[in-house]
Design a protein. Structure first.
Length: 388
């Protein structure tokens, strides 16, 4: 028997879960099989739950600090998993990566200045630009032979009038694990044009077998000097509810500007459950993540095989990272609204609607595969019945 049981079904209804308990509100139907929000239906590993319970058993929940062990766990994990040496003083706490993206926009740009995104992309990037009164520039991803690529000529053009690039690395939703060459080219373009890179690496540990994640800031000292790296244990260990993440900035000036924003907003620390869970995850989580990604790969394989045999008009974008399947419905000939209605009303499946990811999202749906295989099988059968 495998050491970890990813097949186990866990009831999440009535656990204050966004994915389960907001279905009525989001889909207008509380019965859909929820495969939208990016958290996992696998249990948070036992070594993390144990650490949290131990802390919970201490009878006082007062103000608390981030311990030396907490920082060391982040530093060691980053070194052993990603071969990137970081220092404690480079790390700032934020209660999530979306807040950190917003703090970055506030720290490094003024109203009306340009911020580049690469759609289709994680949609809170758009809101961070718009709600802060900055200007969004789309460096549209290109599809060749079913796979996504960066339009570097366009990036160079857009960089000339921008201050910031919001990079999704690995990319949500298209599942690209950017190569060293691609990242170096992005870095060189940003260096030439004085563009700061906000590298959202929240999915950095969720890399499928055969691919490798290169932290943007690990590529060269020059690139590190213009890069703000956002990491978190939230996706890796399924602890998003604990809202704990780390922003790593080696450049003193960029770091002090970021920290000034944190001070102005009075963001100094998070909750101790987040700290102990992060520490336990980063200390003990290597074998668990390896097993997780093997299981996720098998879910991708199952889905790819099923679509090819049973629903060839729906195409799976070749997955490289994350547990998010980016499905191309364009060959079905249906409109986005028709696909959405059929998924929700007929198939009773709650996917993320492609167009919300911006330009290039039309005709696509995002399906979360971080669930026991039996649920993936069920979703596939429902898709077959609906779209055949
Ligand atoms: C690319 C990306 N960034 C950030 C987040 C969320 O970050 P947080 O919950 O830490 O704000 C997600 C969650 O899906 C994501 O996919």
């Amino acid at each position: 028997m495998d050491l970890y049981d990813f097949d186990k079904i866990i009831t999440r209804e009535n656990s204050d879960s966004v994915k389960y308990d907001l279905r009525q509100e989001y889909f207008g139907n509380a019965d859909v099989l929820p495969m939208w929000v990016a958290d996992m239906d696998f249990e948070t590993p036992a070594f993390i739950r144990k650490a949290v319970v131990e802390r919970a058993n201490h009878p006082i929940y007062g103000y608390s600090i981030m311990s030396e062990e907490y920082f060391q766990a982040i530093i060691n994990w980053t070194k052993t998993r990603h071969q990137w040496d970081i220092r404690k003083e480079w790390i700032s706490f934020t209660p999530g990566i979306v807040p950190a993206i917003n703090f970055s926009v506030l720290s490094y740009t003024n109203k009306g200045e340009g911020v580049i995104v690469q759609p289709p992309v994680y949609f809170p990037f758009f809101e961070a630009i718009k709600s802060n009164g900055r200007r969004q520039l789309d460096n549209q991803l290109l599809i060749h032979d079913g796979q996504y690529h960066i339009d570097f000529n366009d990036l160079e053009e857009k960089a000339k009038t921008s201050k910031l690039l919001l990079l999704s690395h690995p990319h949500n939703p298209v599942s690209r694990c950017w190569t060293k060459e691609e990242l170096t080219t992005i870095g060189d373009i940003c260096l030439r044009n004085n563009v700061i890179i906000i590298s959202d690496e929240i999915h950095n540990d969720l890399i499928l077998p055969g691919f490798k994640h290169y932290p943007m800031a690990s590529l060269s000292e020059e690139i590190a000097d213009i890069t703000v790296t956002c990491i978190a244990p939230s996706k890796t260990f399924n602890i998003a509810g604990l809202a704990t993440s780390s922003i790593i900035i080696s450049n003193d000036d960029l770091r002090s500007r970021f920290q000034k924003t944190l001070q102005q907003l009075h963001i100094f620390r998070g909750n101790f459950f987040g700290y102990v869970a992060s520490t336990a995850g980063y200390r003990h989580g290597g074998p668990w993540v390896d097993a997780l990604m093997k299981y996720v790969q098998e879910n991708f394989d199952y889905l790819a095989d099923f679509l090819q045999k049973e629903l060839p008009a729906i195409k799976l974008t070749p997955p490289e990272a994350t547990y998010l399947a980016w499905l191309d419905f364009r060959e079905t000939g249906l409109s986005d609204k028709q696909v959405k209605d059929k998924l929700i009303l007929d198939a009773k499946l709650g996917f993320s609607h492609g167009p919300v990811f911006g330009e290039g999202g039309q005709g696509f749906q995002r399906m979360n595969l971080a669930a026991p295989r039996i649920l993936i099988e069920k979703a596939c059968q429902r898709m077959k019945k609906t779209f055949n």
